[in-house]
Every structure is written in structure tokens, then in C-alpha cells.
Design a binder for this molecule. Structure first.
Ligand SMILES: NC(=O)c1ccc[n+]([C@@H]2O[C@H](COP(=O)([O-])OP(=O)(O)OC[C@H]3O[C@@H](n4cnc5c(N)ncnc54)[C@H](OP(=O)(O)O)[C@@H]3O)[C@@H](O)[C@H]2O)c1
Length: 409
């Protein structure tokens, strides 16, 4: 059992549990007109590398399958998510939104999307009357998530939004409010909540498999090749936020929270940016943070775009350790549970199921009103903590937190 019931309740209220999803479902007035993000625009890009479009059109789905519009035909959408739709029993690609007309045609043909359900960013509002589309899946650069979520809600669609939910807690709050007004659902595509190794890790922590948790360590790093903010949105502050933390580092933050199962009460952090490097003219290269939890456990997070690769999560407690390396990959994850002299490699299942499972989960939420495991409130919680990490890195001071993750004034 969880030792700190009050803390745990607050953790759930702060977006740590599916119960928070019900908040998104409050009904209200018609959707307000969308607001525009400051100065960033959706602009079509070339076909990403590595994309292999199938010559076989997807098989028809069952009658209650939810039609999704994919917004932004980038690397993750085309290489990972769209090819997994056939594995999700009641989710299918019904429409596409892209700023690159040639790519739109090629992908539309491959996925059997009729020309009338292919949209540009300029014609997107017409999707409101497209009855084939009930949900949108937003895979745009992160700085466009808030704006396009609001547009999708204004068009009456449910929203599955990629991580990070947005670039600030204020944007997240706007997105949640827009969903409530439109009476539509909002889910954040935190795929690890559907990935067998990470799900097993959550279950083990719930069973106190390492005893009382004392330490979580996470490291999500890689070395980014030479680039600059005009050619790569991941190093452009307006499109990406402050750096690797919102991107790769978010997996470490998420893991720390779902393993500790409580909200931190304080955060101290540092950031680093090498001088005269165009990759880091607008963003940090490296962020490290220490989260202290009310139970006394500590999480140490490190994320970098400028150090040799690693994707590691450790949880150590009074009775053992859980070692995940790699921890949160698309495939090839490994997990070892150590207790005294006992050491067991665990193989809870094929990580590949995570993509289709999250699509199926959102379709179930739409069709059956099932609770969403990764609701907008969870994305909001994470952006609050990211803001606290940056505040501490900026000031060099420890930031004290309220139970909902907001900073104490
Ligand atoms: N859950 C995960 O494991 C995971 C993994 C990777 C990425 N992601 C998330 O998915 C989102 C997209 O990432 P990605 O790696 O797919 O990015 P990407 O390959 O660069 O694709 C982004 C797409 O967004 C569209 N776009 C619209 N305006 C743009 C602009 N101003 N600059 C760049 N692209 C613009 C383009 O599509 P069109 O040409 O069709 O308009 C572009 O191809 C991000 O939020 C990222 O954090 C999640």
C-alpha cells in the first residue's frame, strides 16, 4: 500500500491518475474562438527520412472505429504512429492535415484518405463539418500544440496531443478549458503509460518491490548533430521551449513521478549551455534537477542534447533496486529487479504495443466514456514542474512547491 495517503491523493489530483480525467469532461458553453500562439506558425516541411509508405491500403475497421485526423506529417507520425493504426481495433486514419501539398497527396493515397479529407493548415477549419473525423492527433512541434488543440476543440473534435502538452502551464490551462467548453476529451500521448516495461515498473512500485523508495535516477541524453534554430525546431525556443527537458527529459520526469507516486515538495536544478554553439543559441544543452518528495525519497534527473546517449531509470529502495536500461524506448527496453543476492531480468511484453494501445485507449475513452490514463491535467502537472525546474536553474535557489506542483510564492 502507498504509505502517504494524503500525498498520494494530492498526486492523483495533480494529474497523476486517471481520476483527473473526469475534470476534462465537464460540460459547458460552445467552444470559444481559438487564440494564437505568440508568433509561431504551422509551416509544411519535406518528407521526413526513413518513411516507407505502404502500397496496401489499410483494411476497413469495425463500424464504431473512431476516425482520426493527423495534424503534422512529421517523422514521429509517419514512422511510428500512423503505421500502428491497423493494430488499434477501433481507431483509423480518416483525415490528414499538412502544409506540404505533395506529401499530403502521397500520404493520403497510401492511407486511402479521400481528397476531401485532406486539409492544409489554412483550410483546417472546414474539418468541423467532416463527419468522418471525430478526433485529431496533434504531432506538430510542441510550441504549436496549444493553438492547434484550441482550433480542434473549436471544430468539435476530441484531441490526442503529443508530449509535451505545451510550453507553459498557462497554455495547458487554456487547452483544458477549451476542451471543457467544447465538451470534448483531451489526452496527452504519454506512450510509456501503455508500454509493458514501464507499466510493470509502476505495478512493482505499487507492490513495494524495492521496499521504501529512497532514490530515483533518470538520464535521457543524446548528442545532437550540428544545427540551428532556423533549420531545426527542436533548438528553436518558440517551437520547443527551453531545451531537452520538454523533449527527451520529460520521460525521466514522468518516470520519477510514476515510480515515486507522489508529488515533489521541492526542486533544485541547474542548466548549462556551451557558448558560441548555434545548437544552443536559444535553448539549454543540459538540465539536471533534484526533486525531493514528502516521503524523503529523492529523484535526480539529467537530460542533455550534448552528451553521449543514455536512456536510464533506476529506482532504489530499502529492499532492492529496479534498473531500467534502456528504460523508455520504442523497442528493446530492459529491466532488472534486484533484491539482496537475487537478481531477476523481467520481460513483461513487447514494447511495440505501446503505440496502438494508446490509440485504442483514447478510442475507448471517446466511445465508452472510459477514464483517460494520461489526461490534460497530467500534462499541466508536468509543465508546472518544468517551470519550477527552470525557475530554480535561473535563480540558483531551491523552489518550494504546493501539492499541485505550482511554485510557492
Ligand atoms: N511520444 C514520442 O515518443 C514522441 C517521439 C517523437 C516526437 N514526439 C512529439 O511529436 C511532435 C512532433 O515531433 P516529430 O519528431 O515528428 O517532428 P518533425 O519530424 O519535425 O515533424 C513535425 C511536423 O510538423 C509540421 N510542422 C508544422 N509547422 C512546423 C514548423 N514551423 N516547423 C517544423 N514542423 C512543422 C510538419 O508537418 P507537415 O509538413 O505535414 O506540415 C512537420 O513535418 C513533437 O511534439 C514531439 O515532442 C513524440
Amino acid at each position: 500500500m502507498f504509505e502517504h495517503d494524503v500525498t498520494r491523493r494530492r498526486f492523483m489530483e495533480a494529474g497523476g491518475g486517471a481520476a483527473a480525467a473526469s475534470l476534462v469532461m465537464a460540460t459547458g458553453a460552445a467552444a470559444a474562438p481559438p487564440q494564437r500562439s505568440g508568433g509561431v506558425q504551422a509551416i509544411g516541411q519535406p518528407m521526413p527520412t526513413g518513411v516507407v509508405l505502404s502500397k496496401t491500403r489499410p483494411a476497413p475497421k469495425r463500424a464504431d472505429s473512431v476516425g482520426f485526423a493527423i495534424i503534422g506529417l512529421g517523422g514521429y507520425a509517419l514512422n511510428q504512429m500512423m503505421p500502428r493504426f491497423p493494430q488499434a481495433e477501433r481507431a483509423h486514419v480518416a483525415a490528414l492535415v499538412s502544409g506540404n501539398p505533395d506529401k499530403l497527396r502521397q500520404v493520403g493515397d497510401a492511407y486511402g484518405v479521400p481528397p476531401q479529407s485532406r486539409y492544409s493548415y489554412e483550410t483546417f477549419a472546414r474539418i468541423a463539418s467532416d463527419r468522418r473525423v471525430e478526433a485529431v492527433y496533434i504531432t506538430l512541434p510542441s510550441g504549436l500544440h496549444a493553438d492547434w488543440t484550441e482550433r480542434a476543440f473549436a471544430a468539435g473534435k476530441h484531441v490526442l496531443c503529443e508530449k509535451p502538452m505545451a510550453l507553459s502551464s498557462a497554455e495547458c490551462e487554456r487547452m483544458i478549458s477549451a476542451g471543457r467548453r467544447a465538451n470534448r476529451k483531451l489526452m496527452i500521448a504519454y506512450r510509456c503509460h501503455f508500454e509493458p516495461y514501464n507499466m510493470q515498473a509502476m505495478a512493482l512500485m505499487e507492490q513495494n518491490a524495492v521496499g521504501q523508495l529512497r532514490l530515483v535516477r533518470t538520464e535521457q541524453s543524446y548528442r545532437m548533430p550540428p544545427t540551428n534554430p532556423s533549420e531545426n525546431w527542436r533548438v528553436n525556443r518558440a517551437l520547443a521551449g527551453g531545451g531537452p527537458l520538454e523533449d527527451y527529459g520529460l520521460y525521466g520526469l514522468q518516470a520519477a513521478l510514476y515510480l515515486a507516486r507522489e508529488m515533489p515538495e521541492s526542486i533544485s536544478a541547474t542548466g548549462f549551455r556551451p557558448a558560441d554553439d548555434p545548437r544552443f543559441s536559444e535553448i539549454l544543452a543540459h538540465v539536471s534537477a533534484q526533486l525531493r518528495f514528502p516521503s524523503g525519497a529523492v529523484a535526480q534527473l539529467v537530460t542533455s542534447y550534448d552528451s553521449a546517449g543514455g536512456n536510464i531509470v533506476y529506482a532504489r529502495g530499502t529492499a532492492g533496486s529496479l534498473i531500467m536500461d534502456p528504460a523508455t524506448g520504442y523497442a528493446g527496453n530492459r529491466m532488472v529487479l534486484k533484491s539482496g543476492r537475487d537478481q531477476r531480468e523481467l520481460t513483461p511484453g513487447d514494447s511495440d504495443v505501446q503505440f496502438a494501445r494508446q490509440l485504442a485507449h483514447f478510442a475507448d475513452a471517446i466511445r465508452d466514456d472510459a477514464q483517460i490514463r494520461t489526461p490534460g491535467e497530467m500534462g499541466l502537472r508536468d509543465l508546472r514542474l518544468i517551470e519550477a525546474i527552470y525557475a530554480s536553474a535561473d535563480t540558483g535557489r531551491t523552489v518550494m512547491l504546493n501539492p499541485d506542483g505550482t511554485m510557492r510564492s
